[in-house]
Structure formats: structure tokens, C-alpha cells
Unconditional design. Sequence first.
Length: 285
Amino acid sequence: MLDYDTVMNWSFEDIRQTYTARDTILYALGLGYGHDPMDEGELQFLLEDRLVAVPTMAVVLGGPGQWMADPRTGIEWVKSLHGEQGLKIFKPLPVSGTVIGKNRVVDIIDKGEGRGALLMLERDIVDEGTGDIIATRTSTSFLRGDGGCGAPAKAQPVPHAVPDRAPDMNHSMNTRPEAALIYRLSGDWNPIHADPAKAAKAGFERPILHGLCTYGMIARAIIAETCGQDVSRLKEIGGRFSAPAYPGETIQVDIWDEGGGSFGFEARIPERNTVIFKNGLAKVN
């Protein structure tokens, strides 16, 4: 069972990570950029003579690894799920460089015995050279085996509700059958995304797409539809995972213009009529 005091006061070492333009291009390929080689609007994410970084690449930098598996936490980490993901962007991510990941636990919510617990984390991505914060990554893990851990009772954060009307725009993207095998090269080596036997043991019919790959593809749609492919305009993007996607499926992002640079969104798999990401909110300038 999760040890509340130990986890709330968990001390993370700063994580120093150097990445190159090659890594930046590989991350973009993992999100499906270049699927249409004649789409010149996407070439800025793939060609070194005009390269810019996809902003959501910040979420794969500076991570502390599988710290929840440390026995001192008490967490049943094999029962944990990635529940929510967000990113606040303060400066464009350099095409290459060295960053420092500063990780921290910000809250734990006990949903009760047999109902699990929520663990909220934040990570500042800091440019080592300037000391500037490039972005802050937020995430919530749903710890299915840790309900009744004794965290103080409190209300859960209210998710963003998208408008109750037809979306103002949508963006569809085909994912390649080998999408997860490409995306895993950006640092998530979990075998359920590559090994059919491991995926089956986890309850999936075949290897699933990484949640953060789905998240990055949603950002790809938002950047295309609301930012005119200008990555500097995206300032915030977040929401809740609601179901996995499988490589080879189509991801459709429905977008609502809520005014003032705010856009609600959901992502779905049309082939299965399944919403895979909900309560989305992006902020654009």
C-alpha cells in the first residue's frame, strides 16, 4: 500500500539529458509526421535545414524512470495507469541541447478502499545553458491498488468540459502499423507496445500505442488546425486518457473553438467509435 508521507516527500535527483537534432526528427517520425511526403507544412519537423522541435517532445525529456517501483513507496506500480497528461509551454524547445528535469510529487488523492488513488506529478524542463524553464509537464497516475492509503480526503480536480455541440473542426491522422516500434525509440521501452505476448498478458489483443504518442499526435492536430503549423503559438495542452489506441488505426481529433485562444478537444478512433482522450483543453496565442 502506498506510503503517503514517503511518497509526498519523495526526493528526486535532477535528471540531466542531452538530445540531438536526430532525436528531434525521430520523435516527429514517431508521431507520424512525414506520412504524406508532399505535405510541405510538416517538413519543418523532419528536415535539418529548417528543423523545429514538436513542443510535446518536452514530455519525454528529464524523466526519473520507474521510481514508483521502488519498494519504499509501497505503490502497487504494476496496477498503475496513466490517467492525465498536460504541458505548459514557456519557451520553444531547442532542436538540440541539454535539459534538466526537476520532478516533484504535488498531490495524492485517496478515492477510498477498493477505488484506487490519484498521484499528481510535475516536472520542470530547464535549459541547462540559460537556466530558463522551457516547459512544465503535469501528469496524474491512477493507482488502482492503493485505495485506502490514508491520504487526506479532498475533491478531485474538475476536468474541462468540451461544449455540447458539434465540433468546429476535426483532424484525422492515419497511424502506421509500426508506429509504436518507432515511437519507443524516443525512450519508452515498455514491452506491451512491441511484444504481442507481453501485450496479451496485460489484457490487450495486440501491442498498443504509447499514451504519450497519442498525446503527441493530438498536439500535431492542434498545431495544424489552430496554430497554422507555428509551434510557438501553442502554450498549453492537456486532458484525460480514456482508452488505448492500436497502431494502424485512424485517430480523429475533434476541436471546439471556445474563444480567447482556448480550444476544447477530444480524440477518437472512428473504426471503433471509441473516445481515447477526453476533457482536452489547448491554449494558443
